[in-house]
Structure formats: structure tokens, C-alpha cells
Write a protein that binds this ligand. Structure first.
Ligand SMILES: Nc1ncnc2c1ncn2[C@@H]1O[C@H](COP(=O)(O)OP(=O)(O)OP(=O)(O)O)[C@@H](O)[C@H]1O
Ligand SMILES: [Mg+2]
Length: 357
């Protein structure tokens, strides 16, 4: 259909398809053309209105759909928030139960360590008690004999009886043994005192705050607490460098030392070596716990810091030790990294800032 349009006054009609010399149309023709043009315009308007209505309806439907989706998203968000909250509660409970497990482990180790010296101190005191009664009997007898000698009538039969007691009880051995029993008991009580002191500085019950701390003292008190657990499975070597005081929560850092040392001690199939080494540079200190244990397979090393990841038999590991340790070091602005070779051993490195910013 040729395109046509109307411009200017009604009697000027121009069509692109007509030669310019065409005679002017009659009034009736013009009216008819106008009517056709108006009809086309009406039709176009109707079409436009119809389109507008369709689009409005579509828009309304899309809008309703969006509203529905929005409310679904809101519901899902609320659900996620609830789950998140439940997860946070569970995590807090788990951290608490890991702490309790460490405390339980600690208590068992400490009880054993204290029990040992207390056991031989008690037995030594029993022996000293029986020696004392023999010695008291002899001293009383010799006093009586001495009084007889001074009075000029020495009681020879008493003397013989005392000699017999001396031989029977092996008084020479007794005298020598008393010295050893007392020395052993003294060293046992010093050991108990050391353990209690180690425990006190390990747990620093009052120390929830970050203060300048001696990491070497922390490592040593942790080793004292773990002495019982470690002594059968490994030898511990300390390669301490020069460390400045480090601003940290030592009780929490000790918990990390404990987790790393226990993991290392559990990595041995046969007795092995754990080496704890330390060094520092201008802003950081580094503590490395290496073992000559089983190592970590390549396909597992990416998961060891995940909560609940454990390769230990059911009931013996919660799989939280490393994830909690990682969190503690991260809280201090440091890093905890691992290098391991299966069959050769593992090396965990703690990097801590000297100052907290
Ligand atoms: N020194 C190590 N040598 C070999 N494997 C290790 C060592 N340290 C950690 N792992 C591996 O990483 C896993 C996770 O360690 P993590 O300390 O988090 O948990 P766990 O020791 O299994 O249990 P938990 O510490 O809660 O008692 C261990 O099960 C073990 O497979
Ligand atoms: Mg562990």
C-alpha cells in the first residue's frame, strides 16, 4: 500500500506515488480520503490501546509474580537467619565442649602426673614411720644402757638385746635409706609443686585479656601438663630462638599449642620425635610444631582445618582441634599453616604479630 500523509490546508494533498501534475481531487474524494485516514487512525489507536491493555495486564502479572517471589525470599531469609542463629548456638556449644574435652584430657593427665609422686611419697612416709619406731626403740634402749654405765652397773644383757635388734633390722641400711627416702620425697613434692604451677600458668584462669606474654613459658607449661600423654609416644626437642614478649591471650594460645602437640603425638605409629622451634623477625613471631609421624595425605590436607574433619576412630576425635586453633590464631591477627608429606611427618606453623593493632 502506498504511503500517504496529509499536510497543511485540507485542499493540498500530496502522494509520493502520483506524478506532480495530477489534477486536484473533488470535495467528495477529499472527504472520502479524510474518512479513510481517520478510520486508519482510529484503528491504529484501538490497536495501541489494545496493546497497552495487554502490556498492562502482563505488567500486572509480572508485578504479582514479583510480589510472590519477594515474600518467598523474605520467608527464606527469615529461615536462613533462624538456621544461622541455631548454627551459632551449636558452634558456641561445640567450642565449649571442645574446651571441656581439653579440660578433661588435662585433668586426666595432671591427675596421673600428680598421682605418681604422691604415690611414692606416701610409700616413703610409711617406710620412714616403721624405721622411726625401730630407731626410737634403739634410742630408748641405748639411753637406758648409758644410764646403767654411768651408775657403774652396765646391763650387758640389754646391750646384747640392742645389738640383736640392730642386726635384725639392718640399722646400717636403715640409716642410709632414711637419707634417700627423704631426698626422694622432697623431689617428689617439688615435682607436684611444678605440675600445679604449670597448670596454673597454662590455664591462667584470670587471663581472658591480651597482655604481653612469654610464649616459651606457655610452651613449657603446656608440655608439663602433657608430659604424661607424650612420654610414651615420643621425644620432644625444643629449639628455641630469641623471642620478644608477644601481646596475646596466652591461655588461648596454650590451647593451640596443646592441640598441635596432641595431634603430633597421635600421628606416630612407632615412637617418634616432636620438635618445637621458635623464631622472630621485626613484627612477627613463628612457632613451628613438627613431627616425624604418619603425615597427611594430599587429598585430605585441604580439609584438616574444617570443623568436624577427623580421621580418628569414632569417639576418639571430635575434629574440632584444628578449626578452633585456626580461629584462635586468626583472632590474634596471625596465621596457622601446614606442610606435610605422607609417611614423613607434618609441620604446623603459627605466625603471630608481636603487637596487637
Ligand atoms: N600432626 C598431624 N599428623 C597427621 N595428621 C594430622 C596431624 N594433625 C592433624 N592431623 C589430621 O587432621 C585431622 C583433624 O585434626 P583436629 O585436631 O582438627 O581433629 P582430631 O585430632 O581428629 O580430633 P580432636 O582434636 O577434636 O580430638 C586429624 O584427624 C588428622 O587426620
Ligand atoms: Mg586434634
Amino acid at each position: 500500500m502506498p504511503s500517504a500523509c496529509i499536510r497543511g490546508p485540507l485542499n493540498v494533498v500530496w502522494s509520493s506515488t502520483l506524478p506532480s501534475a495530477v489534477p486536484l481531487a473533488s470535495d467528495a474524494d477529499r472527504v472520502a480520503m479524510m474518512e479513510r485516514a481517520l478510520a486508519r487512525e482510529r484503528q491504529a489507536r484501538e490497536q495501541a490501546e489494545h496493546l497497552l491493555e495487554t502490556k498492562s495486564r502482563e505488567l500486572y502479572l509480572v508485578n504479582e509474580d514479583l510480589k510472590l517471589k519477594n515474600s518467598q525470599i523474605e520467608k527464606r531469609n527469615a529461615e536462613i537467619e533462624r538456621t544461622n542463629h541455631a548454627l551459632m548456638t551449636t558452634q558456641a556449644q561445640l567450642v565449649q565442649s571442645e574446651k571441656m574435652a581439653s579440660v578433661g584430657q588435662l585433668a586426666a593427665g595432671v591427675a596421673h602426673e600428680i598421682n605418681n609422686p604422691i604415690g611414692y611419697i606416701t610409700s616413703n612416709l610409711g617406710t620412714l614411720q616403721s624405721y622411726t619406731s625401730v630407731m626410737n626403740e634403739l634410742i630408748a634402749g641405748y639411753r637406758q644402757y648409758a644410764e646403767g654405765v654411768r651408775a657403774g652397773n652396765a646391763d650387758e644383757s640389754l646391750y646384747l638385746k640392742l645389738q640383736e635388734i640392730q642386726d635384725r633390722e639392718d640399722i646400717d641400711f636403715m640409716q642410709q635409706d632414711v637419707v634417700e627416702l627423704v631426698a626422694d620425697s622432697l623431689s617428689g613434692s617439688v615435682r607436684v609443686k611444678d605440675i600445679v604451677q604449670g597448670l596454673k600458668s597454662f590455664s591462667r584462669v584470670d587471663g581472658a585479656e591480651c597482655i604481653e606474654s612469654d610464649l616459651h613459658a606457655g610452651i613449657e607449661s603446656t608440655l608439663k601438663v602433657l608430659a604424661n600423654e607424650l612420654k610414651y609416644s615420643c621425644e620432644v626437642k625444643l629449639e628455641f630462638g630469641k623471642l620478644p614478649l608477644v601481646t596475646c591471650n596466652l591461655a588461648r594460645i596454650n590451647q593451640v599449642f596443646m592441640n598441635l602437640l596432641v595431634n603430633a603425638s597421635q600421628s606416630f605409629e612407632a615412637p617418634g620425635i616432636i620438635t618445637v622451634s621458635t623464631r622472630s623477625d621485626d613484627a612477627w613471631v613463628y612457632v613451628t610444631v613438627s613431627d616425624t609421624g604418619c603425615g597427611i595425605p594430599e587429598d585430605k590436607i585441604g580439609s584438616i582445618f574444617d570443623p568436624f574433619f577427623t580421621t580418628k576412630p569414632v569417639g576418639s576425635g571430635t575434629g574440632l582441634g584444628l578449626s578452633i586453633s585456626f580461629g584462635i590464631i586468626e583472632e590474634h591477627g596471625g596465621t596457622l599453616t601446614v606442610a606435610s608429606e605422607q609417611g614423613a611427618g607434618s609441620q604446623f606453623t603459627i605466625k603471630l604479630p608481636i603487637q596487637q593493632t
